[in-house]
Design a protein around this ligand. Structure first.
Ligand SMILES: NC(=O)c1ccc[n+]([C@@H]2O[C@H](COP(=O)([O-])OP(=O)(O)OC[C@H]3O[C@@H](n4cnc5c(N)ncnc54)[C@H](OP(=O)(O)O)[C@@H]3O)[C@@H](O)[C@H]2O)c1
Length: 397
């Protein structure tokens, strides 16, 4: 085959692809009443690199018509994956977003308010700086509601309020965003109470609220969007209490997704990467948690692991905070799409490095997965009782 013709044909394919992507990027400018499409940016780097590699292979090994057809099919698949999902109009729809004192919840409540939603934003503390900020910056459509997800009476009060105030509009969406974690330590070092607290907030609280709102959501054929975590899918070291509660949350939401299909309710999970929010990246908060953990550990455990082991974990976590992303818009966009896309995705993965992380988790052997998570997140040193110098000390004594 003529090399010039081959170059021209494959070049034309790239030109057509670039043109379509540019057109889509231009069309997705946000504004009141409009949703946001999926991000056309970093998420495309890997697919484009794979397409280029496939195209090189096609050019090297296949006749032009077949190679071109294969590359065009792959480009079509890429475009389909990057296509903005058709978005429904906001038109005064009502949504409840939990955990709006800070972080994703606060940013989402503000964004949905700008879009024209009627927002019920639950906060732990009505006087928190985040609550005050929402009160000042948002429209009168936004209502702040106090709710501690560990307190049934708070949940019931919010349910009654929503029932009483959505007669005319119905409730279109629930965003289960509130979440809690205050423990970074091996599962053996994490007190049982910490597991229970994570479960109470992240799992039971969200479950109780979701079940309470289902009659309203069923009659609207609405949406449930839940912010879970990749820590609920993979065994991140030192995150067992939080990860276990998020695993339970992801599973129950996935079950709702399947069971509520006949009612027309669509359920999406958001699995964000690491972002700078609330106390997640506050070294003072984590130093305090470490001190409290050290003070609470039984002597035998402290001897076996050593205080320096716990110190080291804390230091590594504080180092890890440097990779946290400050711009929360990818998460807010995913939540918005879960609420408004005609066909929302079952899972959204906003954030950096999640593609490679899930690839390793799904396809590589366990020892590679463990090594990756330790290298990426926290790689604890050996516990004191397993160190050579400790054995030498014991022998001398
Ligand atoms: N940031 C990340 O990197 C990341 C990654 C994956 C998943 N997530 C998940 O994203 C969600 C939002 O977290 P975020 O990162 O935005 O952190 P955040 O700023 O700390 O937000 C969590 C929100 O939940 C509230 N909350 C805590 N305990 C509660 C309770 N008992 N009842 C009701 N609300 C409670 C917090 O209130 P206070 O501010 O008053 O404590 C806060 O408003 C959480 O579910 C979290 O697990 C975060």
């Amino acid at each position: 085959m003529e090399p010039g013709l081959e170059r021209w044909a494959h070049g034309a394919l790239w030109a057509a692809l670039a043109g379509s992507l540019a057109l889509r990027a231009a069309r997705r400018a946000p504004g009141p009443g409009r949703g946001l499409g999926p991000p056309l940016g970093r998420g495309l780097v890997l697919p484009l690199a794979l397409l280029a590699a496939l195209q090189s292979l096609c050019r090297a090994w296949l006749p032009l018509p077949l190679g071109l057809a294969l590359a065009a099919a792959a480009a079509g698949l890429l475009l389909w994956r990057a296509a903005p999902r058709g978005l429904l109009p906001v038109a005064g729809r009502a949504v409840l977003v939990t955990g709006c004192d800070s972080g994703f919840g606060q940013a989402t409540a503000r964004h949905l308010d700008i879009m024209g939603f009627r927002v019920f934003a639950s906060v732990l503390d009505l006087q928190s700086p985040g609550a005050q900020e929402l009160r000042q910056s948002c429209s009168t459509r936004l209502t702040l509601l106090q709710m501690d997800l560990t307190k049934t009476e708070d949940i019931q009060r919010v349910l009654q309020h929503i029932q009483a105030h959505t007669n005319s509009t119905g409730l279109w969406g629930l965003v289960n965003n509130a979440g809690f974690n205050d423990t970074i330590a091996d599962a053996e070092l994490s007190p049982l109470g910490k597991f229970r607290t994570c479960m109470e907030v992240n799992f039971f609280g969200s479950l109780e609220l979701t079940k309470g709102l289902l009659p309203l959501l069923r009659s609207a054929g609405g949406r449930i969007v839940t912010v879970s975590s990749p820590a609920g899918d993979m065994p991140f070291p030192c995150l067992a209490a939080y990860g276990a509660s998020k695993a339970a949350l992801s599973l129950v939401m996935d079950t709702f997704r399947s069971e509520l299909q006949p009612w027309g309710i669509k359920v999406s999970l958001i699995l964000p990467g690491y972002y700078k929010t609330g106390t997640t990246c506050d070294p003072a908060f984590w130093n305090l948690q470490k001190q409290q953990l050290l003070a609470s550990l039984p002597q035998e455990l402290l001897q076996a692991y050593g205080e320096d082991y716990v110190e080291e974990i804390n230091q590594q976590f504080i180092q890890f905070m440097k990779v946290a992303v400050e711009d929360l818009s990818a998460v807010v966009n995913s939540i918005t799409e879960g609420l408004l896309a005609a066909n929302p995705a079952v899972r959204y993965y906003p954030g950096q490095g999640l593609g490679i992380m899930y690839f390793i988790h799904r396809y590589l052997p366990y020892f590679v997965r463990d090594l990756f998570l330790k290298g990426f997140f926290i790689n604890p040193k050996l516990p004191r009782a397993l160190r050579r110098e400790h054995h030498n000390d014991v022998k001398k004594a």
